[in-house]
Design a binder for this molecule. Structure first.
Ligand code: COA
Ligand code: ZN
Length: 327
């Protein structure tokens, strides 16, 4: 398999995850989770979003969360913004980087940010200008890159047009987001093989949702194409409030576990991550999709049953070793 030696993960649970939680998560709990995520060594954390507080009430404490988190050197603290108003708030709150969003499909963009795609692109030009003046990097995510829950398949020409528009505006980091888990690994490969050579110098991120259990296969396909930046969410939290059927992102600790098992470095401490995932389950009050926190890592071992131990322990040549007796 063609795998990179190392990948960069962006934890999006505090934003993509918490934004859809109906019950209010106290600000100090959000801060605690971000701080604990920082302690795992994650290089990037999407802490919150600067959006309309009536549209996404759970994110209405964005300024306070940003002000109270402890910043670990080596972690980039990022916020999602849909427009220049959000960008101004994010810069004032001291974010290290901004993530923006526009959809590849018209209907999802209208549902999500109440703008046509062209209107959003104009706003994102203003976001890039605000961020440029503040000298902070911007990552532009394209929702519904691989399919739209309203319109169905998104033609790759359409996606390419959105990417080209963002590049023309000055974007250098672009995220392809599979908002409702419609992508499959072959499609991911075909899209990346088309886009990557056409836009050299772009830093590509894949943002996956595990709605149909294709997230890790899609990430493997993207790694084989040379992508090294991935978004993921602690415990597998997540979902878009404006995309019916959306469910959680690829689970951070399951992805880290898979990458480490294959020898791909992340710089993240898996044991600490598992501790945070269990804490997040307490915070949201339900079992989360994460599998490794239930099964334990692949290195987990169980005690040998007594009857098996007795047979294993029997002297060679006596009653016979297990190897002698394949039945
Ligand atoms: N933060 C806070 N307030 C904002 C804002 C922002 N980023 N952007 C706009 N507003 C305010 C305006 O100041 C204006 O306030 P006023 O009525 O007091 O004058 C009001 O919202 C309406 O502005 P408008 O530009 O017409 O916004 P809108 O009502 O069309 O909403 C968005 C557009 C983008 C702000 C809104 O749809 C939104 O926040 N969407 C985010 C969706 C999201 O987070 N999805 C999940 C992540 S992918
Ligand atoms: Zn998402």
């Amino acid at each position: 398999m063609k795998l990179p030696a190392r990948v960069t993960l962006c934890e999006v649970g505090p934003r993509d995850g918490f934004q859809i939680e109906p019950a209010w998560i106290p600000t100090e709990t959000k801060v605690e989770i971000v701080d604990r995520l920082s302690e795992t060594g994650l290089p990037r954390i999407e802490v919150t979003s600067f959006v309309h507080p009536k549209v996404v009430p759970q994110m209405r404490d964005a300024e306070t969360v940003m002000a109270r988190i402890h910043r670990r050197p080596g972690t980039r603290y990022v916020a999602l913004v849909p427009n220049d108003k959000g960008a101004g708030r994010a810069v004032d709150a001291g974010v290290d980087a901004i993530h923006t969003v526009v959809s590849a499909s018209e209907s999802h963009n209208l549902a999500n940010v109440n703008m046509t795609v062209r209107e959003s692109l104009a706003k994102l030009g203003a976001v890039l200008a605000v961020a440029g003046r503040a000298r902070i990097p911007v990552g532009c995510a394209i929702s519904t890159s691989f399919g739209c829950p309203f319109e169905g398949p998104v033609p790759v020409e359409r996606l390419e047009w959105v990417v080209a528009s963002l590049v023309d505006l000055g974007a250098r980091a672009i995220g392809l987001a599979d908002t409702t888990g419609m992508a499959n690994p072959r499609q991911v490969t075909e899209v990346l093989e088309r886009l990557m050579p056409r836009f050299p110098g772009v830093e590509w991120t894949l943002h996956t949702h595990d709605t149909r259990a294709m997230a890790i296969p899609n990430i493997l396909a993207a790694m084989a194409c040379g992508v090294t930046h991935f978004d993921s969410s602690i415990g597998g939290l997540g979902g878009c409030p404006f995309a019916p059927g959306a469910s959680g992102n690829v689970c951070t600790e399951d992805l880290v576990h898979c990458l480490h098992a294959m020898g791909v470095e992340t710089g993240v401490d898996l044991d600490r991550l598992l501790g945070v995932a269990r804490r997040v389950e307490e915070v949201v009050g339900r079992t989360l999709p994460g599998q490794v926190m239930k099964a334990g890592p692949w290195t987990r071992r169980y005690p040998v049953p007594d009857a098996v131990a007795a047979r294993l322990g029997s002297p060679p040549g006596g009653a016979g070793t297990v190897a002698d007796r394949p039945d």
